[in-house]
Design a protein around this ligand. Structure first.
Ligand SMILES: NC(=O)C1=CN([C@@H]2O[C@H](COP(=O)(O)OP(=O)(O)OC[C@H]3O[C@@H](n4cnc5c(N)ncnc54)[C@H](OP(=O)(O)O)[C@@H]3O)[C@@H](O)[C@H]2O)[C@@H](O)CC1
Ligand SMILES: [K+]
Length: 488
């Protein structure tokens, strides 16, 4: 499992390991050595500037400098602040460093072939300014490769936010478990390659911490992923329903329906207004189409409980009729995916939606907003993308998939996953409709909603990667067979 630890959880893991008998000095030695080993394995020998900060991140820097120097590299070490002010393990590692300790000045990286950034790690507590900020600019101007210890200095480990300024590393070596900030957008932009190294903290630490943030990887949901078994027939694989928009906005729903079918739903029906029936019917083959016009007709249509997962929103239109249909679906007890217009339709009355989701008869709900739709429904929720998705999931009582290059999937119980496999090609019209359709297809097969949303986001990312340049939304469902074959 790919757990992510917050800065606070990481320092608790450190303390736990120390309490279990692994000295802090050993952890720091292992961390610094791992950095030196990563550097010697990846870079040609160069003159290295090791930039050490006043805390334990700097301590790791002293260790890395020692190992690189012992390996015959030319190392110049710069310290931010006074040596006498170093304490604890970092002070001891400074004693073990035999070379000179230069004061950190604005020209510390001039002429360096490689920079090791050990200024600030998990202990970043305020915006970076002064000499470190100057060095960040100088490194960027010179194009000197930067290897970051734990976090690029300036990047916050929990939020991925840049405080003041941050190094853009080509490689970041972190320890035990990555942090959310490594994978949220700022981290993706600043960390370069991310290497995770064991430094002697036992896996049992996780049993103490009970982390609930994850990188979205198959290990998180593969165990619950529906796979057809011998003897299954189409009805045992679930029946997805996608609500179509009117005559001129039917394409989005068809994309979703196709994706639901490709994701494994046994049957998929497009619930279409009569006016759009011909348009839809002329474009569909395996997906069925039925005339469903009003909220009452939708209620009647969903009385057949085999129709167990419903997508509404793509092309649905904004306003009262869409709201009524959403409420009808929630009352039916089917699992529901609310996307696009189905979300925006509740902009003025979000409470009505949340109350309906919490309703006695309501099935599981998955909300798939992009940033704009999110702001319309959760106007007052602020913080990092991770914090916002989590708070929204709790408020709505639903799974929230906050989309973007670093999509976050959050559950009301506090679990959250950050997705890391999205390719920029996914930013294309209709891509979100396909994602909503994949979720619907998995829900139809009775996959648990948090896991279904995580799996769908991952499959969507892989499909985009598998197709590559030139991708349009229509291609995504057609890539699912390849992706699924690789997955199993
Ligand atoms: N614990 C362990 O056993 C292990 C930990 N490990 C390593 O330790 C790192 C965490 O160490 P850490 O907690 O000492 O924090 P660190 O990142 O060095 O920074 C704190 C110092 O920076 C200062 N400071 C902060 N922001 C600033 C700013 N903007 N501008 C100026 N100053 C600023 C801050 O000052 P203060 O806020 O106290 O005034 C304080 O002096 C972790 O990332 C990993 O690399 C590994 O060795 C494995 C074992
Ligand atoms: K650093």
């Amino acid at each position: 499992m790919h757990e992510l630890l917050t800065v606070d959880e990481m320092s608790r893991a450190d303390r736990w390991a120390i309490a279990q008998g692994t000295p802090g000095l050993t952890l720091m030695e292992n961390a610094g050595r791992a950095v030196a080993e990563a550097v010697t394995a990846r870079f040609k020998r160069a003159s290295v500037a090791v930039l050490c900060g006043p805390g334990n991140n700097g301590g790791d820097g002293f260790v890395a400098a020692r190992h690189l120097s012992e390996a015959g590299w030319s190392v110049t070490l710069y310290l931010l602040g006074e040596r006498e002010k170093l304490t604890g393990d970092a002070a001891e590692m400074a004693r073990r460093w035999n070379g000179a300790i230069h004061p950190m000045t604005g020209d510390a990286v001039r002429g360096a072939g490689l920079i090791i950034d050990a200024i600030f790690g998990a202990g970043l507590s305020r915006p970076v300014e002064g000499v470190p900020a100057e060095l960040i600019q100088a490194a960027a101007r010179a194009g000197t490769p930067v290897v970051a210890v734990d976090m690029p200095s300036g990047l916050h480990g929990d939020t991925g936010e840049v405080l003041g300024a941050a190094f853009k590393a080509v490689l970041t070596v972190t320890f035990f478990r990555a942090k959310p900030g490594h994978y949220l957008l700022g981290g993706r932009r600043h960390c370069g390659e991310l290497l995770l190294r064991d430094i002697g903290i036992g896996e049992e630490a996780l049993g103490e911490l009970l982390p609930h943030t994850y990188e979205n990887c198959p290990s998180l949901w593969l165990g619950g992923f529906p796979r057809p078994e011998f003897g299954d027939h189409k009805y045992t694989r679930g029946h997805g329903v996608v609500v179509s928009g009117g005559m001129s906005t039917t394409g989005a729903a068809r994309l979703g329906a196709r994706a639901a079918l490709r994701a494994g739903a046994g049957l998929v029906t497009l619930a279409s207004p009569s006016s759009a029936l011909m348009v839809n019917a002329s474009q569909l083959t395996a997906v069925m189409v039925r005339a469903v016009n009003t909220p009452d007709e939708l209620t009647a249509f969903l009385e057949d409980k085999r129709r167990n997962a419903v997508l509404i929103g793509p092309g649905a239109g904004i306003g009262g009729p869409t709201r009524e249909k959403v409420l009808a679906i929630l009352l039916s007890g089917a699992a529901v995916v609310l996307d696009a217009d189905a979300l925006t339709s509740f902009e003025e009355v979000p409470r009505d939606l949340f109350v309906a989701i919490e309703g006695y008869f309501a099935g599981p709900a998955v909300l798939t907003p992009h940033e704009g739709e999110f702001k319309r429904l959760f106007k007052d929720i602020e913080g990092s993308k991770l914090e916002r998705a989590r708070a929204a999931a709790r408020r709505a009582g639903a799974i929230v998939v906050l989309k973007g290059p670093d999509t976050v999937i959050a559950a009301p119980d506090g679990r959250a996953a950050i997705n890391t496999n999205a390719s920029p090609e996914l930013a294309t019209a209709g891509s979100g409709d396909v994602l909503a359709g994949i979720i619907t297809g998995l829900l139809a097969q009775s996959m648990a909603p948090f896991e279904a949303a995580c799996a769908a986001v991952w499959l969507h990312g892989e499909a985009g990667r598998a197709f590559g340049p030139g991708l349009i939304a229509e291609d995504l469902p057609e890539m699912l067979p390849v992706v699924l074959r690789d997955l199993f």
